[in-house]
Design a protein around this ligand. Structure first.
Ligand SMILES: [Zn+2]
Length: 177
């Protein structure tokens, strides 16, 4: 795998978000859109509700939610445009929004397979252990951003997941065309 020269970046909450506590309004600094905080526990409850209501459709719904969100991030120039920006934007977003720490191994554009490592994945933080990778929302988000950013087609899938006892969640970006 060739290594892409990405400078690791971190961001503080205030680099991305601004709070007006008197009005109870939190906005992102990009387009001043409203945002809100969702706890890892709330995400677990939503996830379990989807699994209960839709059985095997639950993962597909979470994946599609993530994919739409990832596409919107790229279209709004919050994540993407180039490979380096794709990685550094996800790192910034991960650190500022509390998703976890994101790193890239390999090069998305020149390797057949590259890997995004998510340390301290928030989507796993409050969720019960499992015998398989379960970060469907996160995989969908990576898929959605890559759909928009790269001329090549990629399939994102999760190889390692904290929910099945792995140290980190690791998402492979496999180039298909
Ligand atoms: Zn995971």
């Amino acid at each position: 795998m060739s290594e892409l020269n990405v400078v690791e970046r971190s961001a503080r909450v205030t680099d991305f978000f601004e709070l007006d506590p008197d009005r109870g309004v939190l906005r992102n600094r990009f387009d001043k859109g409203r945002v809100f905080i969702l706890s890892a526990n709330a995400f677990r409850i939503i996830q379990e509700g989807l699994y209960e209501a839709y059985s095997t459709g639950g993962p597909a719904i979470l994946h599609q939610m993530g994919r739409s969100y990832g596409r919107a991030l790229a279209r709004n120039k919050i994540a993407g445009e180039t490979e380096v920006k794709f990685v550094t934007d996800l790192q910034m977003l991960g650190s500022a929004a509390g998703w976890g720490r994101i790193e890239l191994t390999g090069s998305i554009t020149s390797d057949k397979d590259s890997k995004l490592v998510f340390r301290n994945c928030v989507f796993c933080a409050a969720s019960p252990s499992s015998n398989k990778p379960e970060c469907y929302f996160l995989v969908g988000m990576v898929q959605g951003v890559s759909d928009e950013v790269f001329p090549n087609r990629f399939k994102a899938f999760e190889e390692n997941c904290m929910r099945k006892g792995d140290k980190n969640c690791e998402i492979i970006l496999h180039r298909t065309a």
